[in-house]
Design a binder for this molecule. Structure first.
Ligand SMILES: [Zn+2]
Ligand SMILES: [Zn+2]
Ligand SMILES: [Zn+2]
Length: 123
């Protein structure tokens, strides 16, 4: 029993990045929730293609930046573009869009985010 628990702990520490990217904007906790979206499942931040900064949402970006959002082009969807606020893993846009929950820590993602994908990703 102990052996398998140790193995699991090792896996977890391997996938946990040592330096978590900074999340800009009006965050309210360290899991990327913000003043605009703070339900239990609001646990991702988006890396915006225009400024290469992570924000929890489009409203946070608009309040902090003076430039319009550049939606991430499809050619860059394989690059890290989404941060899971629960485990700190960076996911590709493609991996995020294919998942209902974090593939690493299993945290549920907000299904309503899909309604806003057009704001972030050049579909
Ligand atoms: Zn920007
Ligand atoms: Zn926000
Ligand atoms: Zn996660």
């Amino acid at each position: 029993m102990r052996e398998s628990r140790d193995a699991a702990a090792r896996v977890n520490s391997d996938v946990r990045p040592s330096v978590r990217p900074h999340v800009h904007g009006r965050t309210v906790d360290d899991q990327t929730r913000c003043v605009h979206y703070a339900t239990p499942v609001d646990v991702i931040a988006i890396r915006f293609a225009c400024c290469d900064r992570y924000y929890p949402c489009h409203a946070c970006h608009e309040e902090a930046e003076s430039h319009p959002v550049v939606r991430r082009p499809r050619t860059e969807w394989e690059a890290p573009g989404i941060l899971c606020g629960v485990c700190g893993t960076e996911l590709s846009v493609t991996a995020y869009r294919d998942a209902d929950s974090c593939p690493v820590c299993a945290a549920d993602f907000n299904p309503r985010c899909r309604l806003h994908w057009g704001l972030y990703f050049d579909e």
